[in-house]
Design a protein around this ligand. Structure first.
Ligand code: NAP
Length: 490
């Protein structure tokens, strides 16, 4: 819960407090480093650390907290296993973590093991980079039937996220519907269409490899509610769908055509990347199926309106309606249902309509957007219109679940600029125990099983070692118990 009355006030601006000014001006030096807690060890968190590291003349001691023993967030648990190269960004994160002023407290859940009030005792500034941990809802009947899942769960499962390893997906069915045409939908559809041999060369979790080996899925439908020009996927990702060794990609020529409104919008504001996207889809539409084992069918201008019950509480099909596009007041083209409907014979559904942030203990939350209210990364209290002192956000919890990994870099730059500005005007928290050892002692007392970066690197070396004999980049540990055992700390 958010309790504004419990939030300590800012230290006053330097001009009001001459003695404090002397103390504050020393903050950020080797003698008195600015102590910053970053909550969440995904890309957003590391880019905040990177922007601080680039500030010449400013000494910032970073403590990064992560509820899992492993860092990297969505690079480990979101990026698809067959996109290994994207994971190379972790080298930058490792370099940052090797810095003298960086500590990692893994397996520590801020909110459960430590509170925001605890952090306020040790840090001048606290930045949340917790991402978007849940999924958006479609709001249609049948959404909660068995065999209807959030795509985010499937992604976390095949990537070996400890909290999702026990999920079960019925891959004995032949037809699957994936709702949405963003990059997550593309990942899910592609993983369902990969051959076992292709998957076996990746770092996919062993349980998922086994389940997908036995998969009987033959047809995957990806459903876009708007047209090809509005599809959220990016061009390299959609192009890859046309080059799958085990699946033919199928697009209906009528659905690949641009409607008059989309054409007019593109003529008015030409956009080479959108033109290219449409071209790729139109090329798919001209293809004839070559008889591969699986078919990946991309549909456009269709919306699910209900998921049918098989009488035993499971998915037996999906009703979709044909849409037309209509210009909204803000100029964007929105889908509008027609009265043309059809039933898709799918028995398994993945809802891939976007991630959603979850509220954080002690901070305000915008339920509609699923983000923490903020201005340039400074957390704002909507009740008072004032800044919540010393607390910041970056990444998806700040701006919502959009953009690729690199998008978090400029985003973190903006937040760090705000943090430095606040430091310069003396508007940091005044922690009671800012000494380096104090936080560590407190964390280790409260969470004896906390994991350091050196521990993580040992785990990683073990994972890589397990992968070698199989020609795989790594074989992941998928439970916290396994990890603790491997570290000899069970
Ligand atoms: P996204 O890009 O926002 O796509 C969400 C999709 O769901 C859109 O097609 C959206 O259609 C559709 N949708 C939303 N509500 C719907 C509804 N009620 N009914 C039907 N369709 C609905 O989100 P995402 O795919 O979860 O990806 C999140 C972010 O991660 C994106 O920025 C993505 O690019 C990034 N990502 C990147 C990669 C990569 O680079 N390889 C991989 C995975 C994820 P509308 O457009 O009509 O709203």
């Amino acid at each position: 819960m958010y309790h504004p009355e419990r939030v300590p006030q800012f230290v006053l601006p330097i001009s009001f407090l001459p003695e404090a000014a002397a103390a504050m001006t020393q903050l950020g030096t080797a003698e008195h480093p600015l102590r910053v807690a970053i909550v969440g060890a995904g890309p957003a968190g590391f880019y905040v650390a990177e922007h601080f590291a680039k500030r010449a003349g400013l000494t910032v001691a970073i403590d990064m907290f992560e509820r899992l023993p492993t860092p990297y967030g969505l690079v480990r648990f979101g990026v698809a296993p067959d996109h290994e190269k994207i994971k190379n960004v972790t080298r930058v994160y490792d370099r940052l973590a090797g810095g003298a002023h960086f500590r990692f407290f893994g397996n520590v859940d801020v909110g459960r093991d430590l509170t925001l009030s605890d952090l306020r005792r040790f840090y001048h500034q606290i930045c949340y980079t917790t991402g978007a941990q849940t999924d958006r809802r479609m709001g249609i009947p049948g959404e909660d039937l068995a065999r209807s899942h959030a795509a985010t769960e499937f992604v976390a499962w095949y990537n070996g996220h400890p909290e999702y390893r026990d999920c079960r997906f019925d891959l004995s069915v032949e037809r699957v519907g994936v709702v949405g045409v963003g990059n997550v939908a593309v990942d899910v559809a592609r993983m369902l269409c990969r051959t076992p041999d292709e998957l076996a060369a990746t770092d996919i979790a062993d349980h998922a490899l086994e389940a997908l080996r036995a998969s009987r899925v033959r047809e995957v439908y990806m459903l876009g509610r708007r047209g090809p020009a509005q599809a959220a996927f990016t061009n390299p990702e959609v192009r890859e769908l046309g080059a799958l060794p085990g699946a033919d990609v199928v697009v209906r020529p009528d659905e690949a055509e641009l409607d008059a409104l989309s054409r007019a919008a593109l003529d008015k504001e030409p956009d080479a990347s959108t033109e290219k996207k449409v071209e790729i889809l139109q090329e798919f539409a001209r293809r004839r199926p070559s008889g591969k084992d699986k078919r990946l069918i991309l549909r456009f201008l269709v919306s699910p309106v209900a998921i049918h019950d098989d009488g035993r509480g499971g998915v037996a099909g999906m009703r979709i309606v044909k849409n037309r596009l209509k210009a909204a007041e803000n100029g964007s083209l929105r889908p509008e249902a027609t009265d043309v409907a059809e039933d898709l014979p799918v028995q398994l559904v993945f809802r891939s309509v976007g991630y959603r942030g979850v509220s954080l203990d002690g901070l305000p939350f915008d339920e509609r957007r699923g983000t923490v209210p903020n201005e340039h990364g400074r957390v704002m209290d909507p009740a008072t219109g004032r800044q919540v002192p010393g607390v910041y956000v970056s990444g998806w919890i700040k701006r919502g679940p959009s953009g690729v990994i690199g998008t978090n870099k400029p985003d973190a730059g903006e937040t760090v600029a705000a943090m430095v500005e606040d430091l310069e005007r003396g508007a940091t928290l005044s922690p009671a125990a800012p000494e380096r050892e104090a936080a560590e002692r407190f964390v280790c007392d409260h969470r004896p099983h906390c994991v350091t970066y050196a521990d993580w690197k040992r785990l990683e070396a073990l994972e890589v070692g397990r992968g070698k004999p199989q020609g795989r980049p790594r074989v992941k540990f998928t439970s916290v118990e396994e990890m603790m055992e491997a570290l000899g700390r069970a």
